[in-house]
Structure formats: C-alpha cells, structure tokens
Design a protein around this ligand. Sequence first.
Ligand SMILES: Cc1ncc(C[n+]2csc(CCOP(=O)(O)OP(=O)(O)O)c2C)c(N)n1
Ligand SMILES: [Mg+2]
Length: 1039
Amino acid sequence: MFRVKTLWRCARPSAVEGYKLACRTCSSQAGSNKSGRNYATLAAAEPFLSGSSSVYVEEMYNAWQTDPNSVHKSWDAYFRQISQGAPPGTAYVRPPTLASTATLAQGSVAPQSTQLTMTEPVTDKVIEDHLSVQTIIRSYQTRGHNVASLDPLGILDADLDSAIPSELILESYSLGGHGHVIDNTDLNRVFRLPETTYIGGKEQSLPLKEIINRLKTIYCDHIGIEFMFINNREQTDWIKQKFETPGVLEFNDEEKRLMLARVIRSQRFEEFLARKWSSEKRFGLEGCEVLIPSMKTVIDSSSALGVESIVIGMPHRGRLNVLANVCRKPLEKIFCQFDSKLKAEDEGSGDVKYHLGMSVERLNRVTNKQIKIAVVANPSHLEAVNPVVQGKTRAEQFYRGDTDGKKVMSILLHGDAAFSGQGVVYETMHLSDLPAYTTHGTVHIVANNQIGFTTDPRSSRSSPYCTDVARVVNAPIFHVNADDPLAVAYVSKVAAEWRATFAKDVVIDLVSYRRNGHNEIDEPMFTQPLMYKQIAKTPTVLAQFSEKLMASGTVTQEEYEYEVNKYDKICEEAYMLAKKEISVSNKDWLDSPWEGFFDNREAMVLPKTGVEEDVLQHVGTVFSSPPPGDFVIHGGLKRILKSHMQMVNERSVDWALGEALAFGSLLKEGIHVRLSGQDVERGTFSHRHHVLHNQLVDKDTHICLNHLYKGQAPYTVVNSSLSEYGVLGFELGYALTNPNSLILWEAQFGDFSNTAQCVIDQFISSGQAKWVRQNGIVLLLPHGYEGMGPEHSSARLERFLQMSNDDPEHFPKFEKTGLNQKESEDFEIQQLHEINWFVGNLTTPANYFHALRRQIALPFRKPLVLMTPKSLLRLPEARSSFDEMVEGTGFVRMYPEQGLPSENPKAVKKLIFCTGKVYYDLVKEREKLDLVDKIAIARIEQISPFPFDLVKDEMLRYPGARMAWVQEEHKNMGAWFYVEPRMRTVLRKIAATDQANEKMASKKVEYIGRYPSAATATGNKSKHLWEFGEFMKHAMQMN
Ligand SMILES: Cc1ncc(C[n+]2csc(CCOP(=O)(O)OP(=O)(O)O)c2C)c(N)n1
Ligand SMILES: [Mg+2]
C-alpha cells in the first residue's frame, strides 16, 4: 500500500542537483559530456553561449569597454566578472530580474521588465531542442497530475501508480544531443515559449530550468489537473490560462482568513458532535474538512456569476456538516436529531439524520445576493440521488425559463469508492449533454478519502483515478491535496467559473483521508493498520493551516482563538436550545416544498376528470391532422392520422388517441406534460407518433400537441438515452419540482424497469413515508403475455403490488353510516390518500385518459404505476367512446360485469375476476363456448389500492356463483398474491355484516392461470399457446 513517487529524489548523485527528473530507472543520469563542442573565445566557455554567438559577444564587449551602460545589465555584470578574473564558466550571472529557481515561489511572476531573448542562431539542433521543450511542456500539461503531491498522508498515489511517466523524465528527451547528459548548461539555456503555454506570463522566453520549475509548481504540486484529454482547444487553453498564468494562486489576507474561518467551522462542528455524542453514527468529515470551504467557494463564485438556486445531492459523509455550515440549517434542529427520545409530530416514518434533505433561501454573505439551496433527501443507496438532483435542477431551470443554466445549477458530492463503483454515475453523466436533460454543467466534488468502508482503492476500481468516469463527458478533473485549503479554494473557484463559461460538468477531487473509522463506532485498524498509524501522526488540516497563517503573520494567535471560541459558543448555545425541543418535525426536512399547493384545496373530494366534448374534438382533430404547409410526412403515417381522424369523427378512441386526449386536455389547462423513455416519441410499438418527421428535411419535426391552444402549457416528449436507472431517477426529480405537471416515464418493455429498481424501491414507493415528500410521477410499463418470450412479457406486476402498503387483512373503515351500510362516497379518495402509490392494469383508453387526468386533479400527489398494453393498442374491442370521457365521467376502479350475466345474476355459475388484457381473451372464449349467461367477468383496473367496496358489491351480486381469479401470469407472479388475501377479507366482511351470507366466510377464490415458474414466460411459441389453452379451458370449466 505504501508507495512513494520519488520524482525529485534519486539515490545516485545528480549531475545537476534538483533537476534530475526521475529515478525510476536510475540509469538516466549516467554518462559524461561527449558533445565535443569547441569554444572560440574565453567567453564561449560560458555554458549559455554557442560558438557563433561569441562574435556578437565580442562586439558587445568592445561597446561595454567604451560605455558599460550601453549593454544590458546582465552583460554589464558578466563583463565585470570577466574583467575581475572570474574563471571560465563562472562569470555568467542570471538576469537579475528573474527569480532564482530556489526562490521562485509558487505562482510567482517574473517582473515585466525581464525579456529574455534568445541569442542562438536557428539551426536544426535549436529547432529540435525547442521542439523537445515544447514536448516537455505538453507532457507536464498532460501527465503532470500523475506525479503531483496529492495525498496528505504521503503514502498513496491518487492514480494508484507510483511509476513516473517517461514523458516527465528529462533524460528521455534528446536535448543537447543524443546521449548527452543534461547539465546546467542545458538548464540555463533560454527557450522561446510556445503558444500552447501561459507559464511565461509576459515573458516570451525562459531558461529551461525556470520552465521546468514553473511546470512543476503548476502541475505537480498540490493540484493535479487532468484536462488534456478534452478535445476542444478553447477549453484546454482556458484551463491552461487559469492555472499557468503566473500569480494565479496568490491569495490576499482577507481570502486566507475567510478560508481559515471556514476550516474552523468545519472541523469544530465535527469535534463538537464527537464530544457530545461520541458513540453516535454521523459519518464525520474528519480528514476531508475542506469539503465545506470547497462547497462554499463554489457557491460564492457561482452566486457572483449569477446563479440564484443550487440543488445539492450528497451521500452520508459530512452531510450534517453541509447542512450546518453550507445550508445554515439551525444547529438545534440538527442536534435534536441525536435525541432518540423525541418523536415526530407529523406524518411519515422518517429517516436517519444523515439522509434528510432540506431547502433554504438565504443571503450569501460574500456576494450579498439571495441564494436558494436545496439538499435532496436520499436513501443509503450511494449515488442513487444523482439523477434525481439533475431532474430537479432541470425542472427548476425549465420553470424559470433558465434556458442556459445561468440561474440554477447542481452540485453533486461523491465518495471515492461509490463514484467509481456505481453505474448510475455513468448513466447520469451521459445525460449531462443531452438537449432535454442537460442542466448546463454540474460541479462534482469527490470527498476522496482513499477508502470505501474497509476497502482499499486497489480493490475497488480498475481505473487509475476514482474520477475517471467523468472523462467520458470531457469534464476537466481537478485533483487537489485536501490539506492545502488555498489550493482547494482555487480549484473550487475555477470549477465554478468553468461551469459558468462552458456549461459543462467539472470534477473536484479532494484527495484526503478518513481520520476515524467508516463511522464513529468502527475500528479502522483491523483493516488499514499502516494507513491509520500514519493518520495518527498527521496533524489536522486546521492545525497545519492555522500554524501556517500565524507563522506568516496573516492571523495572530488571539484572532485564531477568538474565531474558534466564537464557533464553539454557537454550538453550545444551540445544544442548549436543542435540549428544549419536545418533538421533531419531518416537514422541517422537506427538500422540495410546494408553496401554496396544499392551501385552499378540498382535501377529500374526489375530483371529476371528464372534459367537454369540444375539447375532445379539438385535441383529437389537431392530433390527427398532418402538419401545415409543405411538411412531408411518411405515407404510412398519413394512413394512421387518417384513421385517427375517422375515429374522432366517430367519437371513438383507441389507446394512442386516449393518451393524446389526456395530454392535450391537461396542456390546455396549463399543466406541463413531459414524457420520456426509450423511443417514446414514436412509441416502441409504433402507435404514438408524437413527433412527426419531415421526410425531405433533416431534423425538421412537428409535435402536434404543442399546437393545440394559444397559451397552452408546453409539451416535452423525448427519446431518452438507453438508461432506466438514470432516466427514471431524472424524471422523478423533475416531478418533484412542480406538482402541477404530469411527468411520465415509459419503459421500453415493463421488465426493464428492474434496472431502475433502486429508484422504485428507495424513492417512488417510499419517498413520502420517509421524507414527507409527495410525487405524482407516472410509470408506463408495457406488460402482457403475447408469446414474445421471457424478457418482454412481464413488467413484474407482483413486485409493485408487494410494495403497496394497504393492509390485506383489513377492510377499510371509511363508511359514513355504519358497518352494514354502503361505503361512503369518500371511500375512494380516502383510499387514494392513505396508500403509498396507485398500481393499475387498465383495459380501456377512456380509463387511461381518466387515470392520467386524475393524477393532476387529486388534491395530493402519489406515483402511478401502470401496466400498459401491447396488443390492446390496436384491438378494436379495446376502444372507448367519447361518452366515457366527457364531463361527468371519471376513472373506473373496477368494471363489473355489464352484459347478460348482470341482467340475470341467478343464472351465473361462475364469477371471474381478472385484470388487464386477459379480460378480452376471456370474453372471446366465453362467447366461443356459448357461456355468456353463465360466467360473469369483472375487471379490476386499479389493483392497488384494492377496490374492496366494488369487489364486495360484485360478489354480493352473484352469491351462488363459484369464484375464480384468472391471470395470464405464472402463479408466483402477477396480481394473485395481492388480490387473494384481499378477496378473503372481502368475503369475511360480507359474512360478518350480513347473516344471510354467513357461508361466504368459507368460500374460496380459485386460482386459474399459468403454473409457477422461475422464468417470467416461455420463449417457445407453441408452449405459450398450449399454456394459454390450458388456463382458458380451466377458466371456462363449469364444474
Ligand atoms: C449502493 C450501495 N452499496 C453499498 C452501500 C454500503 N456502503 C455504505 S458506505 C460504503 C462505502 C462508501 O465508500 P465511499 O464512496 O468512498 O464513501 P466514504 O464512506 O469513504 O466517504 C458502502 C459500501 C451503500 N450505501 N450503497
Ligand atoms: Mg471513501
């Protein structure tokens, strides 16, 4: 584990002390001067003169003898030395205005008066040597970061490689002739600087020694800049200028004091928590305290550049510190989270303190401007919050009309192990430059403590740096030694400026360590003994930085102590206040408050979702009309539009039209609609066609739904990248921002949602319970057994239902009028209000239309998970009429049997319940076998929350009938496990409330469907058909 890069140290004696660039092979310093150069004059013995320039020197010497002021000061000094008898090779004095290599401070500037000029004639050799120097400069720009001194502990290499790149070994260049050992002569030679560097400042030439010194200081000290892979000259030049320009790393005293104050707060906050709650988990920041000043610098700089709102996503490490010192959450609110006795005063099951979000608007003291900061609540699942943050940021930009991201930005924090290990990082990075997903640049900050729990970086990644994933989007990466707060401040400022300039991602890699175990009750010596011995010997960043500033006179001991005591006192006072708190409030930690949304709403009234016939006609007509003008659409599309127009004329609606009518009517009402997912613009099954393409003009497209009404809300429909985790997370974040929008994500096939399972489990199904945060996102998951094989049939309905939180054993008591009476009108809305989400498998376009509209009409927000059809998209029987969508109509939770059996229930021998497309198969089979009067078929459209009341009514209608649940899914899948106990509850309820139906308690609901299976479906078409035939036969059996 212990590796030391010995770039500047070598066991063998050096020809030119301090300039031996490498000792990796330790062979490069061998050899003697074999160049055999002849010097014409005594002066030519000076290393910086070539033979031909001696003529020029002689002329100057003559002039100097006449008038010493007639030559440059450096020549004056030189000739004086000669005339005083200095031996050859010693009379040269470096130009007085250039700082010596020993004293050239980091970033210092050579005085402007110094203009070193080259005196060499341009020979091939000179050109070659200049090219070598150019290459050396480029090598530092490209590879300097590999040898930078980044690890505060001095034991690890941030790039996991102790080797020195050969490009950085001076001897690998043929400067001065092949095989020539580079010596002082070469190092003192003056080279013209190429255009590709800014190290000279105003100087156009510098001695090689100085060139290398400056490059080392810029690229190999405490900052390692990885940027030369970026394939954009303007951008790489910008970065070079930011770091190479002499003097850029100089800070004035005020800036230094501000950094010190921020480091004090960061470190003392952790120390305070450690003192008060020594055995409580808080995932402290010790070892990477500079995270706080780094973030604050990014925020200050961004605020100065016009940013008004910042959305932050971050993991556990240092989260409380961020809430306290970046967001300025009142400390007592944080401290009282440590009190295990305090109960929550409001709804929700809550979450641990290092997952909670928050939102605040406050004055930025540095810029004196208002700034809004939100930290998005997140689960333990590392990096899962990244796309959510991006979606939220994008939405905020959208609603503010911030089309170039100048006002709203995101900051994402990462751990080193998680950043390189979690695939969602990559998925999110790939959204960063897509037109409908970009947030115009994110500042990523990695709290790189060079460990992940107990795992060494060598075991946790194959890439050199933990940040390499960011290279795919050409983000510059600034590695920085976290024990150098000023270097950290500088890169943080540049990162903010980069984002503001290029609207692209950028990464700050805070190379640090973790002073304690993974959490405060963890023992790190079990697994990292040597590292932790080194940590024990390493003074804190505050100790180092404060000493440095005191030594340089920037602050006095008294000032330092005053600042420390001041903050400690703030913590103590907050501690006393926290003791007085009598409860905690989950709402205090809301990351996305919806101002005014819940005000003046009739909370428990089920809204109507039907619309005027005019609206249906108008939206339907525009949606079915070709674009105006000479926009040429595909012939096939003409036919589709024509058939839609015919349907509109006939007041008939298929699935695509039903969806368009829902979207269009909402857009008319000012509701922004956004649909994203793979190939959603056309629709995987080629049924949607929301974006029409001009067949003659590239990229000329037309979206009918954006041309419905003047002043309508905008409609966004966009094909996503091939990601589920990232894109669903993004849309969820988008939906968080504004409740008055319909945000939908469609999976290509429903089963692909499992690669976004983390978003579904950790955010969608449980977000409200954990973080009192509502969300109305819609998931469209194509589902249905159509012989398309195991991967395209099932959206895993069972999983969604398993996560629904309604009690299977409990018939909800929402009745107004007592047990034996009919359920109250509130039943439906009460159920919707209580559940964590809605899960449906709909069979009619009208119901789809109402389900989407209900999302917006409800006085609260819940996610909607829909199993969506494939073959039903075109099934003539599965059409609706405008009659089912006009005013007065609404969502139907369960379609009871409406045909012959309902007219003569006594004749019915079998009552089948089902959901989804199998309904149409059952109806067909019933017809075929002439069982229409004997079998009643009820369709459950909203499976969760379960329509207990409607199922009860339907069961009561056919008390003499056998009952069955029919599904096309395998027995261990589908809705069976969810509906079965609930149906039992309904039967028990019927028996308990009505003596005449006492026997219902022992009635069973039979399972009819596919047998249990490990695979979701067979891949064999004939087996598929056989299975179908078998369960259909079973369903139609009358004995
Ligand atoms: C997706 C996921 N997998 C595993 C874990 C368990 N876990 C929590 S912290 C951690 C180590 C994280 O290391 P790093 O990202 O370097 O952050 P650090 O704790 O070092 O700040 C692990 C494996 C998790 N929280 N999330
Ligand atoms: Mg780590």
